[in-house]
Design a binder for this molecule. Structure first.
Ligand SMILES: Cc1cc2nc3c(=O)[nH]c(=O)nc-3n(C[C@H](O)[C@H](O)[C@H](O)COP(=O)(O)OP(=O)(O)OC[C@H]3O[C@@H](n4cnc5c(N)ncnc54)[C@H](O)[C@@H]3O)c2cc1C
Length: 144
């Protein structure tokens, strides 16, 4: 729901809705946006209209608190580009704990985020490495 709203608010075509940070905290739509590396671009909106109230409130409170602790954190040079609302894969492909192989489909080694075994770059990389080792142990070691 949040992503659909953000997509529409950006004007479609995957242009991201964005807002300067101080403007976000003050609930004000930014008159202009700083440069951003995100392609296909950004469009100024009041992100409060896209985010659920409880998310907006917590971010607003959090940014203010950080701004007090860390000088230069809360500025209008920073911008929020959003939204990224997804968490890791909600499904898990079953695999044998020891061999890493799928329980029914032989020679299939589910791994990484999509299979439900990682939640970020490093954990996905480590799981991929472990899975590659498992393939070698099960199917290739005798041939090396
Ligand atoms: C916007 C965004 C920001 C993120 N920021 C962070 C961050 O700051 N820090 C962090 O730790 N993690 C972050 N992540 C999560 C991180 O990117 C993933 O957890 C990680 O990349 C998962 O790695 P993976 O190898 O499991 O899957 P992927 O990197 O998704 O690799 C899967 C690969 O399989 C390929 N593929 C799919 N289907 C087929 C097919 N049929 N045949 C052949 N190839 C196929 C795809 O093209 C892809 O290259 C972010 C994710 C997103 C989306």
């Amino acid at each position: 729901m949040v992503e659909q709203k953000a997509y529409t608010a950006g004007g479609g075509k995957f242009v991201a809705p964005a807002q300067r940070m101080s403007d976000f905290v003050n609930g004000k739509t930014s008159a202009s946006l700083p440069a951003c590396s995100y392609l296909p671009g950004t469009h100024s909106i009041n992100l409060q209209e896209v985010l659920p109230g409880f998310v907006f409130k917590r971010l607003q409170t959090g940014f203010k608190a950080f701004g007090q602790k860390m000088r230069g954190y809360l500025t209008n040079e920073a911008q929020l580009v959003g939204v990224e609302s997804r968490t890791s894969s909600p499904v898990k492909i079953p695999r044998d704990k020891e061999t890493g192989e799928h329980l029914q489909v032989k020679r299939l080694f589910p791994c990484g985020e999509g299979a439900g075994y990682a939640g970020g770059i490093v954990s996905a990389a480590m799981d991929g490495e472990r899975s590659a080792e498992a393939v070698v142990i099960k199917y290739l070691k005798s041939k090396i």
